[in-house]
Design a protein around this ligand. Structure first.
Ligand code: MG
Length: 386
C-alpha cells in the first residue's frame, strides 16, 4: 500500500517541463505539516482555498456589476473559475503545473473588497495614515492570517509558490516587510511561470467576459463594438461561417474566437521566448525576463480593448452612479468604525493601538460582500432601521 502511495506521489510532476514549479521541490509552507498524502502540495492548496470562508464570499462580490443587478453577470466567484479554466488550459499547453495555476487563480481575488475596484481605492485612501490598503496584499493576508480553519495556525498555511502567485504586485515598502516572498519586488526578479501565466489568464478572462456582461446589461452596444478591431475581425468571421446567426449566439461565437486567439498567441509567443531563454530550472525562470507574454501585435489589441472597456463600460454613467454610491458606503463605514470602534463586533475592537485598530477595520470591511456592506451601512446610519 505505502509503495503504491509513493508511486502515485512521484507521478504528480511527471510530464512537467524541467523549469515548471514541481510539487516535490516546493519551497514549502510556513508551518511544517505532514505530506499531503494522495494529493500534490498544490492540489492541497487548491482544496484549502475552495473550503475557505473568503472563497464563498466571492459569490456576492462585484466584478463590474453589483451582485443584485442581475443573475447572469459575472461575480468574483465565476470570474475566478474562468481564470482557473483558462489558466489550466494554458498551463497544460506549456507543460507547466496546472494544479498550481488552478490554486493561484482561485485565490487571486480573495482579498477583494465589496464593490470591486472602487472599494479598494477608497479603503486605500482611508488607510493612508495606517499603511494603506492593496487588494493583492489583502488576498495574501487572507490566506496567511485571516482565515480561521486550523488548530495549529492562523490562515491556510499555503505553499510558497501559491502565495507568490497571489501577490501579483506589491509596493517596495510592503515588500520589505514580507521576507522571502517580498524579495522579488526588491530584486526585480520574476515569479514562477505559473504565476506569470495566471496573471495573463486573469486578463484574458475579464477582457472577454466584460464584453459579454457589458452587452447583456445594455451599457455597451454592438455599434460601439465596431471600435474594437479584434472583435470586428472575428465577428465577421463568425458571420461568414454562420450567415444570419442570431445576435447572442454570434456574440458567444465571437468571444470564443477571441479567447482562442489570445490563448493561442500567448502559448506560441511564450513557447518561443522559453525556447530562446532555455531555462533549465525554476531558478533560471526567476532570473530571466518575463517569459509568459503576448506577441506585440496581440498586446496592442488587448490594450486597445482595455481602453475601450474603460471608457465605455467601467466609466459609463450608470456604473459611475453605483461607484460613487459604493464609495460613500465604504468611506462612511470606515469613518464610523474609526470614530466609534465600539460599533464593531467584539473581536474587531482593539484597545489603545490606532494602527492595529485601523487595520482590523480594513479587514472587516474588505471581508464584506456587497450586500452585507449595504446592510451594515443601513444598520449604522439609517434612522428608520433600529
Ligand atoms: Mg481577477
Amino acid at each position: 500500500m505505502s509503495s503504491q502511495v509513493t508511486a502515485i506521489m512521484r507521478d504528480f510532476d511527471a510530464g512537467l517541463a524541467p523549469y515548471a514549479a514541481h510539487s516535490a521541490q516546493s519551497r514549502g509552507r510556513t508551518h511544517a505539516e505532514p505530506g499531503p498524502g494522495s494529493r500534490s502540495e498544490y492540489q492541497r492548496d487548491r482544496d484549502r482555498i475552495i473550503h475557505s470562508t473568503a472563497f464563498r464570499r466571492l459569490e456576492y462580490k462585484t466584478q463590474v456589476f453589483i451582485n443584485h443587478e442581475g443573475d447572469l453577470f459575472r461575480t468574483r466567484l465565476t470570474h475566478s473559475i474562468e481564470v482557473a479554466q483558462i489558466g489550466r488550459t494554458l498551463a497544460r499547453s506549456l507543460r507547466l503545473n496546472e494544479d498550481l495555476v488552478e490554486a493561484t487563480a482561485l485565490a487571486h481575488d480573495l482579498g477583494h473588497t465589496p464593490f470591486g475596484h472602487v472599494g479598494q481605492d477608497v479603503l486605500n485612501e482611508c488607510m493612508k495614515d495606517f499603511g494603506g490598503f492593496e487588494h493583492n496584499l489583502q488576498s495574501l493576508r487572507v490566506v496567511d492570517h485571516l482565515e480561521e480553519h486550523y488548530g495549529a495556525f492562523d490562515g491556510l498555511n499555503l505553499t510558497f509558490e501559491t502565495r507568490e502567485g497571489i501577490l501579483k504586485h506589491c509596493s517596495l515598502n510592503n515588500a520589505r516587510q514580507l521576507g522571502e516572498l517580498g524579495q522579488r519586488f526588491i530584486e526585480r526578479s520574476q515569479p514562477s511561470l505559473e504565476a506569470q501565466l495566471t496573471n495573463l489568464a486573469d486578463e484574458i478572462a475579464y477582457n472577454n467576459h466584460d464584453i459579454d456582461d457589458g452587452l447583456r446589461s445594455g451599457l455597451l452596444t454592438m455599434a460601439q463594438m465596431e471600435e474594437v478591431e479584434l472583435f470586428v475581425r472575428l465577428h465577421r468571421e463568425v458571420e461568414a461561417r454562420y450567415p444570419g446567426l442570431p445576435g447572442r449566439r454570434a456574440l458567444y461565437e465571437t468571444i470564443r474566437l477571441m479567447i482562442t486567439a489570445m490563448t493561442a498567441d500567448l502559448v506560441e509567443t511564450s513557447a518561443r521566448l522559453i525556447a530562446e531563454a532555455a531555462p533549465s530550472t525554476i531558478d533560471d525562470v526567476r532570473a530571466a525576463l518575463p517569459l509568459i507574454r503576448f506577441s506585440d501585435a496581440m498586446r496592442a489589441e488587448t490594450v486597445a480593448l482595455k481602453r475601450f472597456l474603460y471608457a465605455n463600460l467601467y466609466r459609463h454613467f450608470q456604473v459611475n452612479r453605483t461607484r460613487v454610491k459604493a464609495s460613500r458606503i465604504v468611506r462612511e463605514l470606515f469613518e464610523a468604525f474609526l470614530t466609534d470602534p465600539v460599533l464593531l463586533p467584539g473581536d474587531y475592537q482593539v484597545q489603545d493601538d490606532p494602527h492595529r485598530q485601523a487595520r482590523k477595520i480594513a479587514d472587516y470591511i474588505a471581508g464584506m460582500t456587497d450586500r452585507y456592506a449595504i446592510r451594515e451601512h443601513r444598520r449604522i446610519f439609517s434612522l428608520e432601521h433600529f
